[in-house]
Design a protein around this ligand. Sequence first.
Ligand code: MSP
Length: 470
Amino acid sequence: MNKEKTSKYFTTPIYYVNDKPHIGHAYTTLAIDVLTRYGRLLGQEVFFLTGTDEHGAKIAQAAEKSGKNPQDFCDEISGLFKEAWKNLNIDYSYFIRTTDKQHEQKVKEFLTILKDKGYLYEGEYQGLYCVGCEKFITEKELVNGECPDHKCPPQKVAEKNWFFKLKEFLPQIEGLIVSGQLLVGPEQAKQEVLGLFRQGLDDISISRQNVAWGIKLPWDENQTCYVWVDALLNYWTALQQEGRQYLWPADLHLVGRDILKFHCIYWPALLLAAGFSLPKQVFAHGYFTINGQKMSKTIGNIIDPNDLVKKYGVDATRYLLLSQFPFSSDGDISLDRLGQKYNSDLAKGLGNLTARIVTLAGKISIKGSVEASENKKLAEVKNNYTQALGKLNFYEALSSVWDLISYCDKIIDTEKPWENRENSQQAIAALVVYLEEITKLITPFLPETSEKISQQIQGGKSVPLFPRLP
Ligand code: MSP
């Protein structure tokens, strides 16, 4: 098979550098890391792209507030994202920054293609703009005169802009989404996007006149590229380095449901206009709140993933974030519940089971085999796990592994194999096989733990994996 057939290309959104990373960003990035590691275990070549979104008024304002020049400010915060991903053992293939010279050059080339094909025109924009969202906003969307997400009044804008003929592409994109040629998941997200077509959409402005911190249009130096166009193009520009173009189109753009419109409507339209093929799938996961509230600087409830790693360790943090609730649902995170879950699922669940089995196995000589009835259990768990991951259901995939963990605990409690009865040897052999299977299944989620368990099984010595926390 040639490269095109076996390689996969997965992306996360590129995150704004107006502030340091929080667990919302970590959630999406971890999810792609798990899919990447899973794909690689299956023998696929997976290219995992992440990065930072560094232009536009929002970033320029944040830089100004901190008293730094925009580039220094971006360097610093982008570095914090890289550091957080390192601390979370995130194995990305490439980290793109929209201030990379190569990206800037390719954005200019892309815009020139659109212009040459006649899809851009000059116009006057008059309306409202929310810098927090980096998007034009309508009166209808405001709540008490404010952007409902950022709780601040939008700016009044009246300027000359370049517009993109979005409307020309809407029927085609709608058709591709309905027919599933452009997969939008989960179903709820697909319906939300289809609803946007029904409401009607106008052409979009793709440049800004008064935002200096951005990529200049090659044919009009007074205008900079609209930050969302600049940002979306990262998925394409990142591959434009020697030898990577074969990865296009992306197999999956994973996003939070807040940015569906940009990924399911604007992005496909820009690609169609330039004559490029469309991504295969856009999947939107749910949003989480902290103790019932939106995560925000003003409320002061932002959780830094580095703090979780310090408290619980890398693998535990990876587990705790992805096992909270079904991926496509919104959910609430509480620090207390994270601690309880750590103790119940990791210290007591996986950690304790490993210690029990490794200790039992060290006492006797065992041969690894499982009876037919028990194989059925393994087949069922593996099947549930594979199905769940195929649908990006990380929570269900983990639940199926934890189901096997409790199943093993029950075997130990009922069969008491340490009492050295007739079939103790066989029970222990089966438990070792189960533990080996658990080790394999957790690999994409808890890579270091999986390695440690394998070593403990081989060495016959148990070392605590997740010390119980007070
Ligand atoms: N820069 C744009 C994306 C451009 S992609 C071409 C952007 N950046 S962002 O920093 O605001 O990141 C948004 C993404 O972070 C969401 O789409 C989601 O993936 C993730 N999350 C941010 N907050 C989150 C939660 N509270 N819960 C879950 N995920 C969250 O938008």
